[in-house]
Design a protein around this ligand. Structure first.
Ligand code: COA
Length: 183
């Protein structure tokens, strides 16, 4: 699972092409510290995670172990030998009729943002989801999370729902949007 050439912009906004490769693979438990570190950056930003307190490696071990490569995998994106981001799948709703609709979350290290990592992870989910028995993908995204909404729209997701003011983040009411696409 590799991406070829990567387009990015320099400080003047001009497009550059580098030969850096984004490699997507199943996460190993040894990746958990990097996964947790990236997650904690996002938690601190207050726009991207409904988890409000920092997570720990030990606290996430059980979460990691209930995922498997064939059902609800966790993938990491390897860039220049570092873990640049990750994507995880989980059950959308427990009722049988929703079995093949899956919720996904995607997180990219601040250090590696705007280099196509998030896009590559979503593209991989769209391409490989059917082999994993999925027919629809859903992302639950805060209404004020503009980077993520832009990314999901770019990957062909549409806004399927809005739950106004259902979250409280530091006492501020926040909307939850539901972005989805059939695959
Ligand atoms: C959202 C997130 C995953 C994007 O990852 P990324 O690797 O930086 O995204 P990409 O480089 O693949 O960007 C692809 C496109 O998404 C859009 N995009 C990404 N970040 C953006 C930003 N900060 N502002 C506006 N658009 C943005 C752009 O259209 C971008 O294309 P471009 O760079 O050619 O303009 C990353 O910002 C992140 O990890 N945020 C915290 C976690 C989070 O919010 N996850 C979503 C909840 S599931």
């Amino acid at each position: 699972m590799t991406a070829g050439l990567l387009k990015r912009s320099d400080e003047d906004g001009r497009s550059q092409t580098s030969a850096t490769e984004i490699r997507i693979r199943d996460a190993a438990e040894a990746d958990l510290p990097a996964i947790v570190e990236i997650h904690n950056e996002a938690i601190a930003s207050r726009i991207s995670s409904a988890q409000l307190d920092p997570v720990t490696v030990e606290g996430r071990r059980e979460w990691f172990r209930v995922h498997s490569p064939m059902q609800y995998p966790i993938w990491v994106a390897d860039l220049d030998g570092a873990i640049a981001g990750w994507l995880s799948f989980r059950e959308f709703l427990p009722r049988c009729a929703y079995r093949d609709t899956v919720e996904l979350s995607v997180y990219v290290s601040e250090q590696f943002r705007r280099r196509g990592v998030g896009r590559k992870l979503l593209q991989e989910a769209i391409a490989r989801g059917p082999q994993l028995g999925m027919h629809s993908l859903v992302g639950l995204i805060f209404g004020h999370n503009e980077p993520s909404i832009a990314l999901f729209r770019l990957a062909g997701f549409e806004r399927w729902g809005l739950l106004p003011g259902v979250a409280r983040v530091d006492e501020i009411p926040r909307d939850l949007t539901i972005f989805g696409r059939h695959i």
